[in-house]
Design a protein around this ligand. Structure first.
Ligand SMILES: C[C@@](CO)(OP(=O)(O)O)[C@H](O)COP(=O)(O)OP(=O)(O)OC[C@H]1O[C@@H](n2ccc(N)nc2=O)[C@H](O)[C@@H]1O
Ligand SMILES: Nc1ncnc2c1ncn2[C@@H]1O[C@H](COP(=O)(O)OP(=O)(O)O)[C@@H](O)[C@H]1O
Length: 288
């Protein structure tokens, strides 16, 4: 049996440049992994079947599961007759803007590359991941990166300066496709991706905080005003920078001083049941 960790991501920036003819949006976003992770066990299965065992009730246990799709893709591409039982112990909230499903798929690709001795490079696994979803390529590598194209072109960046990340997920579900679909680009302010890249290269925490931005945030907030309320609360409790991750609805706050974390965490817990205080991971640590 083999174990893989599947960490969540946050978007420090998320910009959309234009809508493409294939229906996807051309993005430019800076993502980084945080220490909130699903745990995945891969066990050889007697039959050639792929079996999903998931601990969470909103997680599909059939072909709709992104981990299933990752295993099936490798079986088909490399003519693998073996099966696998995939046990998913979820910690990342589902449909939260934290790429939980994408990270599970990426972890399955990394794990099966080992279990089935495929000898594929991380870049090859990331290329295969893009077939499953736009965020899977980033999740194969983890760490911190600029993602372009529809999210599958990855350029590694230095890890963010060390800090705490407070995550708060309101009890609503958001469809990524709906949020992209409601985006009206002509009316939007774009985040400053170059400034964030400079902040990371210079290891400048204050500049990083000043450079966070997500073009999808006002779209999600207009449909779900409670995301805006949560953001204001997190600012009021003292986070240094606050932003919605991905298409939402999770809001994250960056906090440099550990002494401030309990006040923000406890304050949010008063009216939001899903709150997490975690560290950045930031560095690439997966070798495929
Ligand atoms: C918004 C982001 C930011 O990291 O993350 P989440 O909020 O999902 O975590 C991503 O762009 C989401 O990536 P992911 O969730 O993998 O998207 P996919 O499954 O590939 O696509 C779901 C749907 O979102 C829309 N989509 C996605 C990516 C993209 N560049 N343009 C799009 O228009 C399409 O309508 C697509 O059908
Ligand atoms: N392994 C998985 N974990 C969670 N959700 C999954 C998984 N596989 C498929 N899904 C489906 O993908 C959808 C989006 O899930 P998720 O990746 O957690 O969100 P997001 O794309 O917002 O980060 C969910 O509604 C769920 O039905």
């Amino acid at each position: 049996m083999l174990y893989e960790k599947a960490p969540a991501k946050i978007n420090l920036t998320l910009d959309v440049l234009h809508k493409r003819s294939d229906g996807f949006h051309e993005v430019e976003m800076i993502m980084t992994t945080v220490d909130l992770a699903d745990r995945i066990w891969l066990r050889p299965a007697e039959s050639g079947n792929i079996i999903i065992k998931a601990s969470e009730r909103f997680v599909p246990n059939d072909r709709k599961n992104l981990a299933y799709q990752a295993a099936e893709l490798l079986q088909q591409r490399y003519g693998i007759q073996k099966g696998v039982e995939i046990t998913l112990e979820k910690s990342i909230p589902v449909a939260a803007g934290l790429a939980g499903g994408s990270s599970d798929a990426a972890a399955t690709l990394r794990g099966l590359n080992r279990l089935w001795n495929l000898g594929l490079s991380a870049d090859k696994l990331a290329e295969l991941g893009a077939i499953i979803g736009s965020d899977v390529s980033f999740c194969v590598h983890g760490g911190t990166a600029l993602a372009t194209g529809r999210g599958e072109k990855i350029q590694s960046l230095p890890a963010p300066p060390n800090c705490w990340v407070i995550l708060a997920k309101p009890p609503i579900s958001v469809s990524t496709a709906d949020i992209y679909g409601n985006l009206r680009l002509s009316k939007m302010d774009h985040p400053d991706t170059a400034s964030m890249m400079n902040a990371l290269r210079q290891g400048d925490y204050d500049k990083m905080c000043a450079s966070v931005g997500n073009i999808l945030e006002p779209v999600t907030m207009s449909i779900h005003p409670q995301v805006a309320v949560l953001k204001e609360q997190m600012k009021k409790f003292g986070a240094d920078a606050v932003l919605m991750s991905g298409s939402g609805p999770t809001v994250f706050g960056l906090v440099k001083h550990e002494s401030r974390v309990p006040r923000i965490y406890n304050g949010l817990k008063g009216f939001c049941s899903e709150v997490y205080a975690v560290r950045m991971i930031g560095e690439r640590h997966f070798l495929a």
